[in-house]
Design a protein around this ligand. Sequence first.
Ligand code: ZN
Length: 320
Amino acid sequence: MFRKINTIRLRQRAAFRVTKGKNMKKLIIEARLNEWAGREENPNVPFTADEIARDTQACHAAGASVVHYHARTPEGGPDFTPENFAQSIRQIRRDSKILIHLTLGNNIDGEPPEKRMRHIEELCKDPSLKPDFATVEVGTLVADLYDAKKREYLTKDTVFINRTSAVEYYLKKMRALGVKPYLGSWSVGTTRQMVTFHDMGWLEEPVYMTYALTNAPIVTGHPANWHGLQAHFGFVPDDLKLEWTTSAVNGNLLAYAEQVIRLGGHISIGLGDYPYPELGQPTNSDLIAEVVRMAKAAGREVATAADAATMLLPPGLAPH
Ligand code: ZN
């Protein structure tokens, strides 16, 4: 009982700390440029290395300190060749120190973890091309598409498989390569798995994780709103050093960004997750600028790329 009261007091104190403007930690804004998004709803989704590099610079100028993207073909198809990633990385690093967060390869059923890591390993052979982060989803998500209007599932066998054995492989391999894992959690269950991975020593602090919320047509994660985000809280031990961010698949993150900013979380936003028709056809940098505006209104300073490196990368894992 006393322990419970103490825990509540500690949380209240922590909450008080982050609500005092000047003392708030700086806000890390990540631009999530493209994922597998098409251009039907918003033509500003970048595909080619040139487009990705240009968009990255615009986002960096607007206030982003981390960029996440998937290499694509000029038509928008997937392209996991190290050469394609290398092309964009060279251009991005020529112009800025923004931290680069890359995706792993496709995880179609049966895709071995070694294959999903191949482009990361190849890039790490040249220190100037080593990404700062790579994504590791900490659990499996059923990702079937539900059509609410038709009241039927458009797919019935889609599973985003992330076996524990694969997660172990990624985490150990990334540690050896000096790439910081950027974790993704879909639900309370996968957040709890993150805690077990930390218990076993698979994760180095500070742990960096996104609470990835999902709106329809994917209804198996937490909904992309404040309630969906809040449901994660309370399952991470106070002594686990976690920097958390949030992303909203098929959802408007701006609708709950203010609460995140005031609570001390970080923001991972972009056209890769959602086309933002509420704003017309915004660019990625328009979204970043809007988050910066909200941060200013809340009295929270925005992190530079150097700030983000200090906050997220463990000592010894120097930025490129
Ligand atoms: Zn991604």
